[in-house]
Design a protein around this ligand. Structure first.
Ligand SMILES: *Cc1c(COP(=O)(O)O)cnc(C)c1O
Length: 400
């Protein structure tokens, strides 16, 4: 069994230790026992101890972002990740600005939808389910429309697992004098997304993704000049990044009730992140998780949606087998019985499912995942995991 209780105090990667299934999902994800344990205490949000925790959280996130010149600041925002994306868009895009949204999945679509709610003018490049937006097409769109002030892009599009080419996109955006805002929700902390890696004005992530905390807040890391310029711009009181920033700098407190336990858990998650070797260490473990899991699944006969070049170390989409005895719901239940929660796919062309590589688990767990998939297929009477021909045709269109 993969998740037997361990009595080691620091169980490198044997959490959850509570007999719970592993969450092979892109957040909320499986967290370390120690992360859960620190939530067994209450904190007063106004108290000096908690204010120090907030300050530490902001400082450590800026360190991860590599803000060596003190040009950026970190503003945590209550809510799930989408709240922080909305806060970023409403605060950094002027009311008379115009946005180019690069879409290749559900999260890019959500950005365009959010801009509609906010009444911000926008255009899109829609690449469908998973094709990556590339520099030259972004350049053409920007050259054709001088009114565009900002480009927004999703770093790892979690709906397919594709890692978008951020460096190429950023260079294109700034070579044309425009500004970049990034949804790095499912990449920050495991994929290089620092200030030195590619240029941006603001980047967003949340507590329950690659830092491996529990859900409850997100954070915006933004250039201070942009934070200053955002004064009075937001459509929303609670999602006003400038107001939260100013208040936090003045009082050390959040404007409204903070998720105190979540912040405590996050600091423990940051400690473990540092101990693991920061972004490089975490990224290496996730990449190893992916490599072991993908190799094993391919051996069983499953096929990935994406070519190796585009596979992120975050989450991988597999085509569902074409075999008539395969049914996702049954497969899901059989996997859950064995201790693994997988994730349905989100493609329009072919049936698919996803397996996350992030969270408190390592390659040993991933080997168990592959074995669980193998025996689940056998239990269903599926003797071939090969996808339908239409799926493979679609995939070769991507490769071309
Ligand atoms: C998780 C995620 C979000 C935020 O989703 P919430 O459900 O609001 O936490 C946004 N963008 C991406 C790319 C994500 O992976």
């Amino acid at each position: 069994m993969p998740n037997i209780a361990s009595d080691r105090t620091i169980a490198p990667l044997e959490s959850p230790r509570l007999g719970e299934p592993y969450l092979l999902t892109p957040g909320p994800l499986t967290t370390a026992y120690e992360v859960k344990e620190v939530m067994l205490k209450d904190w007063g949000s106004w108290d000096g101890d908690f204010r120090a925790m907030t300050a530490q959280l902001r400082r450590e996130l800026l360190e991860i972002a590599g803000d060596t010149k003190d040009e950026f600041d970190c503003v945590p925002m209550q809510g799930s990740g989408s709240f922080s994306v909305e806060a970023m868009l409403g605060s950094f895009v002027p009311r008379d600005g115009k946005v180019l949204v690069l879409m290749n999945g559900a999260y890019g679509k959500r950005i365009a939808q959010t801009l509609s709610y906010l009444g911000r003018e926008h255009v899109t490049i829609d690449k469908g389910d998973y094709m990556p937006p590339r520099g030259p097409e972004v350049a053409a769109a920007l050259d054709a429309d001088p009114a565009i002030t900002h480009v927004v892009v999703v770093h790892c599009e979690t709906s397919s697992g594709i890692l978008n080419p951020l460096k190429e996109i950023s260079e294109t955006v700034y070579s044309r004098g425009r500004k970049l805002l990034v949804d790095s929700m499912s990449a920050f902390g495991a994929v290089p997304a620092g200030i030195a890696d590619f240029r941006y004005e603001a980047i967003v992530s949340s507590a329950n993704k690659c830092i491996e905390g529990v859900p409850g807040f997100g954070f915006v890391i933004a250039r201070k000049s942009e934070l200053e310029a955002a004064k009075g711009r937001s459509h929303s009181l609670s999602l006003d990044v400038h107001a939260q920033w100013e208040y936090m700098n003045k009082t050390g407190q959040w404007r409204f009730t903070p998720p105190t336990h979540v912040v405590a858990a996050f600091l423990e998650a940051l400690r473990i992140h540092r101990e693991e070797g920061g972004v490089a260490g975490r990224g290496a473990r996730y990449a190893r998780n992916r490599d072991v899991m993908v190799a094993g699944m391919r051996e069983v006969g499953f096929e990935t949606l994406l070519a190796d070049q585009w596979l992120s170390p975050i989450i991988v989409t597999f085509f569902s087998p074409a075999h008539p005895a395969f049914a996702f719901d049954r497969f899901y239940d059989l996997m859950k019985e064995k201790g693994f929660i997988i994730y349905p796919g989100k493609l329009t062309v072919a049936d698919s499912f996803r397996v996350g590589c992030i969270g408190r688990m390592d390659e040993h767990v991933m080997r168990c995942v592959v074995e669980a998939a193998r025996s689940s297929l056998a239990e269903m009477g599926v003797d071939s995991a090969a996808p339908p021909a239409v799926a493979l045709e679609e995939r070769s269109r991507l490769a071309a």
